[in-house]
Design a protein around this ligand. Structure first.
Ligand SMILES: *Cc1c(COP(=O)(O)O)cnc(C)c1O
Length: 382
């Protein structure tokens, strides 16, 4: 048995829609499939406006342009995240103020947020790690009070929700002023490389389309709102071709079965590992009561780096590929000399102790039993 960390899942309809897109002769962006994907996701998740992009990285870069990030502006985000979360804002001259993670979850610790706000702060970028919500109610209240923009890095958070105190729910990505999703092959629904910007604050809607279309008002022209189109703002080539969106459409159509399957596998891991984890001082993934689980990731938090190394090595010798995750951005070669020097102990802890287990649609329950058996036989002493 050889179990990879991830295996991209194909629903079987991708080639059908790709063929259809090719035969219509319209291959560039913003055609039938782009619009199908966008309107379906808007209707399903209550997003105000969706624009497909070539990646989540691009969607974050669009967000940084939209909120007019200028040199010297400060943007608050967790240090435990992917480089693109920070890079998108650094490209426009922002200073990144890194926040620590929660003690019970790798997501952003909202309790530390208010102390990090200065008169230069322009935006907060919560990252919904593992598709598990940050405390959005708390973050939005702080943002409102200080007049800041909130951009959700929802790269991993498709089909996941924030649960309010009264029990009502809102989809992640529908709460901040802007949000960015990823359809990279490692995410729950995929397009190879792909992403999406969600615009919830209407003040950004028109300009988002212009930035998306290389700084032109071509979208308005195609709708017949203007009689010619030209260069009206900055922008870039952020929209994906119909080849990408037709592929994505097959995934979106099957999102519920993909999600159901992933949750079954996630729950099985949880059930089988709970006692063992407790006996070995290993922490299981935690989902706060204001969050739901979209089964993006199954991870364990080891008691130290030595224990994690034993787990990764033991699994590897059984041909199971488990991997660690982010290295603290505040200690990265690129940013360490720009960081303000604060210690971020939880970030460093997740950086050293978190390990992710294989989780993908075609992972069988038999394979999970095999992985669990290998874990239960790990020798942590000597
Ligand atoms: C995957 C990911 C990204 C980047 O997504 P791309 O589509 O590859 O650009 C950004 N942020 C987080 C938290 C991610 O997990």
């Amino acid at each position: 048995m050889n179990i990879p960390f991830n295996k991209p899942y194909l629903t079987g309809k991708e080639s059908h829609y790709l063929y259809d897109a090719v035969s219509t002769g319209k291959l560039s962006g913003n055609g039938k499939y782009t619009q199908l994907c966008q309107s379906h996701l808007e209707n399903t998740y209550g997003f105000e406006k969706c624009l497909l992009t070539t990646s989540c990285t691009d969607a974050l870069e669009m967000a940084a342009i939209l909120i007019n990030i200028e040199p010297g502006d400060e943007v608050i985000m967790p240090s435990y995240t992917f480089v693109s979360t920070a890079n998108a804002f650094v490209l426009r001259g922002a200073k990144i103020v890194f926040a620590d993670s929660r003690s019970d979850h790798p997501g952003f610790d909202e309790a530390t947020l208010e102390n990090l706000i200065t008169d230069k702060t322009k935006a907060i970028v919560p990252v919904h790690y593992a598709g598990v919500a940050c405390d959005m109610d708390c973050i939005m209240k702080i943002a409102d009070k200080h007049n800041l923009f909130v951009i959700e890095d929802a790269a991993q958070a498709i089909d996941s929700y924030y649960v309010f105190k009264d029990g009502s729910k809102k989809a992640l990505g529908s709460i901040g002023h802007l949000a960015a999703f990823s359809f990279h092959e490692t995410k729950n629904i995929i397009a190879g490389e792909g992403g999406m910007l969600v615009v919830n604050d209407n003040q950004f809607a028109k300009r988002a389309e212009i930035i998306w279309e290389k700084g032109t008002n071509r979208s308005a022209f195609f709708r017949g709102e203007v009689d010619k189109y030209g260069w009206v703002d900055v922008g870039s080539s952020f929209l994906p071709s119909e080849l990408i969106s037709s592929f994505l459409w097959a995934q979106i159509e099957n999102i519920q079965s993909i999600q159901n399957k992933r949750k079954v596998l996630w729950d099985l891991y949880y059930k089988l590992l709970q006692v063992w984890a407790n006996d070995n001082e290993i922490k299981m993934p935690f989902v706060p009561n204001f969050a739901t689980n979209n089964a993006h990731m199954f991870y364990l938090i080891c008691k130290n780096v030595k224990q994690r190394t034993v787990i990764i090595d033991t699994l590897r010798s059984a041909n199971v590929h488990a991997v660690f995750h982010y290295l603290s951005l505040h200690k990265s070669p690129f940013y360490s000399d720009k960081h303000d020097g604060r210690d971020l102990p939880y970030t460093d802890n997740y950086s050293e102790c978190l390990v992710r287990l294989p989780l993908f649609y075609e992972l069988s329950t038999e394979e999970i039993y095999h992985i669990v058996k290998v874990l239960l036989n790990c020798k942590f002493d000597g």
